[in-house]
Design a protein around this ligand. Structure first.
Ligand SMILES: Cc1cc2nc3c(=O)[nH]c(=O)nc-3n(C[C@H](O)[C@H](O)[C@H](O)COP(=O)(O)OP(=O)(O)OC[C@H]3O[C@@H](n4cnc5c(N)ncnc54)[C@H](O)[C@@H]3O)c2cc1C
Length: 419
């Protein structure tokens, strides 16, 4: 029988940050479905928000609330903003090198922000953050890492969680943390990894753990249309910010490209239906043919590798699922309605994002709330030794995905996007 102090499911920023911040005396198991790097955190391009100075506090909070259609939980947003500086300091302590110009941090801006407050590592922020944290993770003797292992259910007894069940095993723990990310993998068009498909949310629902606002799903307007089941390549919002335009099959503009993500996505989707087509077009030439390569090197290189030259041809684009705002309902310490079970990162619903996430707030949420959760466990840790007979609890692996699809399909706005 395997008994741990803490089990963490998921190797994204939320799971990894929590693992590193937990006390080194705790015996921790980190389980992840594929390899450590196969998480959406690794794919983050734009950056991570931070409070630059106190004068920006109210405006950072207001930008987050406005983007969230004021459906956010204000106290959660205040925690996010107020603990952002210490969170970023912690990333720097773990070795993350954010981009600088002339030795000064290079703060950038994205849609919905009223000022420059986003730190980045060129246009591969997630990759560089995760590589630094993984290096530290592998040094920790108290953390055992189990890759290529799919968790399929929770171990529950008398309204308390005591660990998880995988396909071949059961792992007991005094505290269990779900950091399994969002549910993008169930969509036909998504920027997410296909294996990240709402497993944590499904396990919560099947065990009567409270979830909230599951149909609050962010659709990104401009991702590359490809005739494959691979995840969609993101064409960053800043490309439109620099002048790129959206065209229909008659080569005509039909929307204001700089409106918020949900409005542009809806316009493209309606036009696709009207024209009875599977994609529309994005012309990057308006950015300036000579500027495309220098301003967007990663996007340019990827397009060229796919045989598309944005200097001479339009890109086929389609709106894609991008982020899950809803999730397992948690308090500020990531406690769920089931004792002994915590949820952190995209799988959780802290109330930070409301109905629509402000760009670059999700990496920050994983850092801030991962640290708060770890501190909570460090202070309140209580050890349980359990062994429960679970023979009848082994379930069909497909059940979690089917359950999530059924729930999402109830929402008219998103059901046609599902694979
Ligand atoms: C293309 C792209 C660009 C983005 N850019 C930005 C950005 O610039 N700024 C920003 O703030 N956010 C960005 N985001 C969002 C951000 O990357 C994620 O929302 C955030 O990092 C979520 O972190 P997480 O740790 O909660 O989940 P993830 O990083 O998705 O990790 C989930 C983990 O859970 C594991 N897992 C899932 N199910 C199981 C199971 N059943 N058993 C075992 N393991 C399981 C997965 O394998 C994975 O390791 C972007 C997202 C994408 C897809």
């Amino acid at each position: 029988m395997m008994n741990y102090d803490v089990i963490i499911v998921g190797s994204g920023l939320a799971g990894t940050m929590t693992a590193l911040e937990l006390d080194k005396s705790l015996n921790i198991l980190l389980i992840t479905k594929k390899s450590l790097e196969d998480c959406n955190s690794y794919l983050a391009q734009g950056g991570i928000c931070v409070l630059k100075n106190n004068e920006d506090r109210e405006s950072f909070i207001e930008d987050t609330l406005r983007a969230g259609h004021y459906k956010n939980k204000k106290s959660s947003v205040e925690i996010l903003v107020d603990e952002s500086i210490s969170g970023i300091d912690r990333l720097i302590y773990y070795g993350v090198n954010f981009s600088k110009t002339n030795n000064i941090y290079d703060y950038t801006k994205e849609g919905g922000h009223s000022t420059n407050r986003i730190l980045h590592c060129n246009d591969e922020t997630g990759k560089y953050i995760m590589l630094s944290l993984f290096e530290e993770l592998k040094k920790r003797k108290n953390i055992k890492i189990l890759e290529d292992t799919e968790v399929i259910d929770l171990i529950k007894k008398e309204n308390r969680c005591f660990g998880v069940i995988t396909k071949d095993n059961k792992y007991f723990a005094s505290n269990t943390i779900l950091a399994t990310g969002g549910l993008g993998g169930i969509f036909k068009h998504t920027t997410n990894f296909s294996h990240i498909k709402g497993d944590g949310i499904a396990m919560a629902i099947r065990n009567n753990v409270k979830v909230k606002d599951i149909s609050y799903i962010q659709i990104h307007p401009t991702t590359l249309y490809e005739n494959s089941n691979n995840r969609r390549f993101l064409i960053s919002e800043s490309v439109r910010g620099e002048g790129a335009i959206i065209l229909n099959h008659k080569n005509k503009r039909f929307t204001n490209e700089l409106m918020p993500r949900d409005i542009v996505s809806r316009a493209i989707y309606d036009e696709m239906r009207k024209e009875n087509v599977e994609y529309e077009y994005l012309s990057m030439r308006e950015v300036g043919v000579e500027k495309i390569e220098s301003r967007f090197p990663m996007i340019y290189e990827n397009l060229i590798n796919k045989g598309i030259d944005p200097k001479t041809e339009n890109l086929k684009i389609v709106p894609s699922e991008h982020y899950t705002m809803g999730g397992i309902e948690v308090d500020e310490y990531s406690k769920t309605s089931l004792e002994g079970l915590f949820a952190v990162g995209e799988v959780s619903n802290t109330g930070v994002h409301g109905k629509n996430r402000l760009a670059s707030n999700s990496l920050l949420e994983s850092v801030v709330y991962g640290r708060k959760l770890a501190n909570y466990i460090n202070k309140n840790f209580e050890r349980f030794n359990v062994d429960i007979d679970l023979k009848e609890r082994f379930i069909n692996l497909e059940k979690n995905t089917e359950l999530i699809k059924e729930i999402i399909k109830e929402d008219e706005r998103v059901k046609e996007y599902i694979n």
